[in-house]
Design a protein around this ligand. Sequence first.
Ligand code: COA
Length: 164
Amino acid sequence: MKACYPGTFDPITNGHLDIIERASKVFDSLDVLIMANPAKKCIFSEEERKELIEQSVAALPDVHNVRVHIGSGLTVDYAKKLGDQVIVRGIRAVSDYEYELMQATANQMLNDSIETLFFIARPTYSFLSSSVVREVAANGGSIRGMVPGPIRERVLAKLTGNRR
Ligand code: COA
């Protein structure tokens, strides 16, 4: 079965990467979809986000079934185009539930043949978000353990405006 994992990924965090690794073991293939969330103004361009995800995934041992795409339009339409039957999303805490329920229900109404399945985030990452990474880095804090090792320097350089 083929699945996709849509998100904004501005930037990818260790929490996202954990979901990618776990989902890649459950499904035959996993398409990571960089989609637009109209409520968010991104710092990293779509191409930068794609490269950061690809670099992070490349460093995962034994993971060879993940592809990264810059999507457009509705997630369900893009998923259908790729032949994905499942949308994967992560849930970190009860606070994520209401938003995810709304998204999953909307997607179900748009395409009833694509199921949304949720992965529960590891407790280590339950506090983590892309905005936490952005805020910590912008204020000179360490993002070690928050973003994948191979992309840390690049993320820091962008978020601190090369002021380091
Ligand atoms: N670990 C760490 N962080 C996680 C996480 C996890 N397991 N799961 C979620 N997050 C964080 C992200 O870092 C992000 O943090 P931020 O808000 O500080 O940036 C936040 O939770 C959720 O973002 P993310 O999962 O990257 O994507 P999103 O919620 O912005 O994505 C889309 C929403 C893109 C999937 C949705 O808007 C979409 O499908 N858009 C296309 C149009 C469409 O089809 N809409 C649906 C029909 S209405």
